[in-house]
Design a protein around this ligand. Structure first.
Ligand code: FES
Length: 66
């Protein structure tokens, strides 16, 4: 069984951490080092990941401010 956490940030993405299997809409496993930031605003150019956060500061997404 996988163990992990998903933290929803009020002005940012959903931070996914721990031992989880990340699967895309085609059923393919996405290999990515955790933690990852999953876009919640729909404006990312690299879906499903948030591309508006500052490195090392997974708190606020600049795309969600617009
Ligand atoms: S939450 Fe969508 S780009 Fe950051």
């Amino acid at each position: 069984m996988s163990e992990g956490t998903i933290q929803i940030l009020s002005n940012g993405p959903a931070i996914v951490a721990g031992h989880i299997h990340l699967v895309d809409d085609q059923g393919h496993t996405i290999e990515k080092e955790m933690p990852v930031a999953i876009c919640r605003c729909g404006k990312s150019d690299s879906m499903p990941f948030c591309d508006g956060i500052s490195e090392g500061h997974m708190k606020v997404c600049k795309r969600m401010e617009k």
